[in-house]
Design a protein around this ligand. Sequence first.
Ligand code: CP
Length: 336
Amino acid sequence: MKHFLNTADWTRPELQAMLDDARALKAKPFGDALKNKTIALLFLNNSLRTRTSFDVGARQLGGHAVVLSPSGGMWPLEFEEGARMDGEAEEHVKEAAKVLSRYCDMIGVRAFPKFQDWQEDRKDKILSAFAKYADVPVINMETITHPCQELAHILALQERFEREGRGPLDGKKYVLTWTYHPKPLNTAVANSALMIAAKFGMAVTLLCPSKDYILDERYIAQAEKYSADNGQALTISHDIEEAYRGADVVYAKSWGALPFFGNWAEEKPIRDQYKHFIVDEKKMALTNSALVSHCLPMRRNVKMTDAVFDSASCVAYEEAENRLHVQKAIMKALIR
Ligand code: CP
């Protein structure tokens, strides 16, 4: 039994096979690959795309989804091993994972960091506990990485470059740019974008305002390894013009600075100095007619201008749609 927790656990050919299947499912959406199968979708955080696309995707393949969330009446869960459960939690993840495995054929988990202590959050305890105790495949629906988003993103780029006759992703200049947001956000999509772009052979630049905004060393190291494997080198830049110049892809995301994790009042005035990292027409004019995207949800005219987001070069809607197709391919791959 294999889980889908992190794309690092899957080879590029294995991921490409899922992307190819996702394209086939996009062309022919309905089937019975998940007939009589049920997926439990556990949401400890909000969602629009993930929740809808998993539910719709399971149904389109003859299956069924059950959505669980604390706000929907689920018992509060305990995730610590050996905890003395005299607090709010009524049920341990051991029981929850094992019981759900008796009803369902897969379990999806969304559990964002608690944003208090990165050394704790980076352990990804909730997802790991479900993977450990479940007797069925577990899918990461976004914790400290977002692997489903990774596949949707890559598929959108492959499709658009192919349609425009611009060739494969290998060697394309890919810029992951930090953007301003009034709140410190999860690093999950940024970690994921860095890894998957490097894994698929692109020349990746991480653009962020200062060294404080460099992502966790684990993901930097993983992206460096993929880059080296593909004859590329990961670049970290704090120079907006240099990063945008000649870019083929610009991916926008905001995240909180890790050195200030849990100490966000101190980070806020620093972050507020970097509102000019917004993706706008002037920056995009420096690129090689770059495709631009965002995972959504996105604050318009804070992270990206309307003119850029609503332009023909933006593939954010394709990427969002592809969540449906890639997740169907992932569920099919896991259920075999
Ligand atoms: N991109 C994404 O995961 O969207 P939701 O948070 O709405 O699910």
